[in-house]
Design a protein. Structure first.
Length: 301
């Protein structure tokens, strides 16, 4: 990840601890806010995708939340803070801080709830390292990366996330179990959402792995074929370095006729990093529930 060259005047600030730079950034924000006029606020509100309301209505969003949380009844549901420690994503994963809205007070706006849930898993594993942790949440995520020019995509969006952490098991037992459990939650959500008029035909799970994780992929494919016989399971090579050698995409055919993988699962080393214990395993997944009512009905709601 290439670092930008800072102006010479900012270099001393960049190397200072956050506790010392926070008063500086607060004073800058205070002065900038003090110069703003009401017309400036409205102008930004009308043009800035970060602050505009979602295209999805609140009532349908709340119904989607309830359905997906019921589908994930085997996971403890938690309400995350809108904020996370500065570097919650970039410090443990090969991703840029530029995709996150950085804040003052050593904080950032949550851009991926799986990273915040990983911190909660690590906190619990430090107390009980031999027990599995299974958590889920629904969160309004904000990301600073470019927005895809596709329906339903925006600067902030509704995301359901699940994580599992715990000690490794023989024959990839932890990873295979997590993959089957989490994809089964996605599948149950699809079933429940069909009562609201949504349709998820030709469901498919695509397992992407690096060569060193092929054995895990074979085990996961067999387990998925047994647990979800109506879901087509496919294999593809993984080229992204973001995942720990394993990624699974889950979705169905949208009303446009194309396959849309709104569920994404990965195996990571985040629990091992955060607990300094290489035996700890971690699997996380996200589901773009905002996309479900926008893409999987006969017409947009």
């Amino acid at each position: 990840m290439k670092r930008r060259r800072l102006p010479t005047s900012l270099e001393p600030l960049a190397v200072m601890p956050p506790s010392e730079t926070t008063p500086v950034w607060l004073e800058v924000a205070r002065r900038q806010a003090g110069r703003r006029q009401p017309k400036d606020l409205l102008a930004q509100y009308e043009s800035d995708g970060f602050v505009q309301p979602s295209a999805l209505g609140l009532r349908i969003s709340v119904r989607m939340d309830a359905l997906v949380l019921e589908a994930a009844r085997g996971f403890e549901a938690v309400i995350l803070s809108p904020l996370a420690p500065l570097g919650a994503c970039s410090a443990i994963a090969p991703t840029s801080q530029d995709r996150t809205i950085s804040a003052v007070r050593s904080l950032e706006v949550v851009s991926d709830p799986t990273n915040a849930l990983a911190l909660e898993c690590a906190r619990r594993l430090r107390k009980r390292p031999t027990e599995d942790v299974r958590l889920c949440t629904v969160h309004q995520v904000v990301r600073a990366q470019p927005v895809p020019d596709r329906p339903g995509h925006s600067r902030h969006f509704r995301m359901f996330a699940m994580v599992e952490a715990g000690p490794g098991r023989a024959e990839d037992g932890f990873e295979v179990g997590a993959i089957v459990r989490q994809l089964s939650v996605f599948d149950r959500f699809f079933e429940a959402a069909e009562a609201l008029g949504l349709r998820f035909p030709q469901r498919r799970a695509i397992i992407l792995t690096t060569p060193d994780r092929d054995t895990l992929a074979e085990r996961a494919a067999r387990a998925l074929a047994s647990a979800l016989p109506h879901v087509t399971v496919e294999r593809e090579p993984l080229t992204s370095s973001y995942y720990g050698g394993v990624r699974v995409q889950f979705g169905a055919h949208a009303r446009t006729g194309e396959f849309c993988p709104i569920g994404d699962l990965g195996v990571f080393d985040w629990a091992a990093q955060l607990t300094a214990n290489r035996r700890q395993r971690f699997a996380a997944s996200g589901l773009g529930i905002q996309l479900a009512p926008l893409l999987f009905t006969s017409s947009p709601p």
